[in-house]
Design a protein around this ligand. Structure first.
Ligand SMILES: Cc1cc2nc3c(=O)[nH]c(=O)nc-3n(C[C@H](O)[C@H](O)[C@H](O)COP(=O)(O)OP(=O)(O)OC[C@H]3O[C@@H](n4cnc5c(N)ncnc54)[C@H](O)[C@@H]3O)c2cc1C
Length: 321
């Protein structure tokens, strides 16, 4: 962006939001679980719907691109960084309501989009409410989870979301029912429309159950993750989507790629579906590894693996950092 527009945009943001919430040249390796990638040209934390709405409107007025960041657990930011503003929806916007009884005997809980899924799962379990056990251990925010229709162990957001509230870039509020979210495999109305839609909250429909059984199921899923996934290494979870009727990890292992390394990135020895950044690699290393895995698996099995991780940002530096 040209220097004058950039300065005018930053000044306007700082007038609308507390100044400390608007920063520049922020390394996104700090905000992604892959721990790599270049800086955000402008980085903005939001703590309320009105702050989010103001940031979106100002970006539109100044013709600045907007990127929405949750917990960064499904994002691969290229080494050049991100042009425009990255709006971080995290712990400053993470309230969760008490359960509200519904006429059919179930309960509704509403969470702001920056709350973590884990916080929601724990709270539901404390209240003896079941349905979210599958999500325990998925390291995303509510916003990222509903956008991606996160799922595991036979469950997905689609099964439990009653509704989602979002803003479009003009600041207009849009309320989606679960059905209107059009959840599919790692997709939803939020990432399929082609326009910027930002979740501000989601309401979940949960059923009464036995708190101990719910907690035991959550603990079992966590134990399975610890045993089968390299959760202590920087990753984005499964790097590739599950191909129809197959498993990406199995295809990668059968192609003899377990442990294959390019620079600081390698195919996990524990679970070949996880490409990990275990030696302080760059996005370039990681992208080269993705491409190598795709080529090798395709030549051996005929299956072209599609990345599940969202690849964003620029190859060339967006700032002088
Ligand atoms: C160790 C590990 C294990 C994982 N296991 C699983 C798993 O079992 N199942 C699974 O589905 N995923 C898994 N993931 C991937 C990831 O946790 C999920 O995709 C999660 O839902 C992403 O949430 P996030 O807040 O981190 O989103 P981010 O990575 O920050 O963003 C992901 C996408 O969502 C968009 N987004 C984020 N917030 C909002 C919002 N408020 N409104 C609109 N769009 C938004 C972003 O713009 C981006 O396009 C795993 C990741 C890791 C690192």
């Amino acid at each position: 962006m040209d220097a004058a527009t950039r300065q005018s945009f930053i000044s306007a943001l700082k007038e609308s939001l507390p100044k400390k919430q608007v920063t520049e040249n922020v390394p996104l390796s700090r905000y992604t679980t892959l721990r790599l990638g270049g800086p955000a040209e402008i980085f903005c934390e939001v703590a309320s719907v009105s702050q989010l709405s103001a940031a979106l409107l100002l970006a539109a007025e100044h013709d600045q691109p907007v990127t929405i960041l949750g917990n960064g657990s499904n994002l691969l930011v290229r080494d050049g960084g991100i042009l425009g503003v990255v709006i971080h929806i995290g712990s400053m916007f993470s309230d969760i309501s008490a359960p509200v009884p519904l006429p059919d005997g179930s309960y509704a809980i509403t969470a702001q989009s920056g709350a973590t899924l884990q916080k929601l799962c724990n709270l539901a379990a404390e209240h003896g409410l079941g349905g979210l056990e599958f999500a325990s251990g998925i390291p995303g925010t509510i916003g990222g989870a509903v956008c991606m229709n996160a799922g595991a162990y036979g469950g997905e957001m689609k099964d439990v979301v009653l509704g989602v509230t979002a803003l479009d870039q003009s600041g207009k509020t849009i309320a989606y029912s679960g059905e209107e979210m059009q959840f599919g495999y790692r997709r939803s109305a939020l990432n399929q429309s082609g326009e910027l839609l930002v979740a501000t909250s989601a309401t979940f429909c949960l059923r009464e159950g036995d708190a101990e059984t719910i907690l035991a199921t959550m603990r079992e899923f966590s134990a399975r993750r610890r045993e089968k996934q390299p959760i202590t290494l920087p990753s984005c979870g499964s790097t590739f989507k599950r191909p129809q009727g197959q498993f990406a990890g199995t295809l990668i292992e059968q192609a003899g790629l377990k442990g294959h390394r390019i620079g600081g990135a390698s195919v996990s020895e524990l679970h070949a579906g996880f490409l990990v950044n275990d030696q302080k690699g760059t996005a370039e290393d990681y992208l080269a590894l993705i491409a190598h895995v795709q080529r090798t698996v395709h030549s051996q099995s005929g299956v072209m693996l599609e990345p599940e991780v969202q690849i964003i940002g620029e190859i060339n530096p967006v700032t002088e950092v």
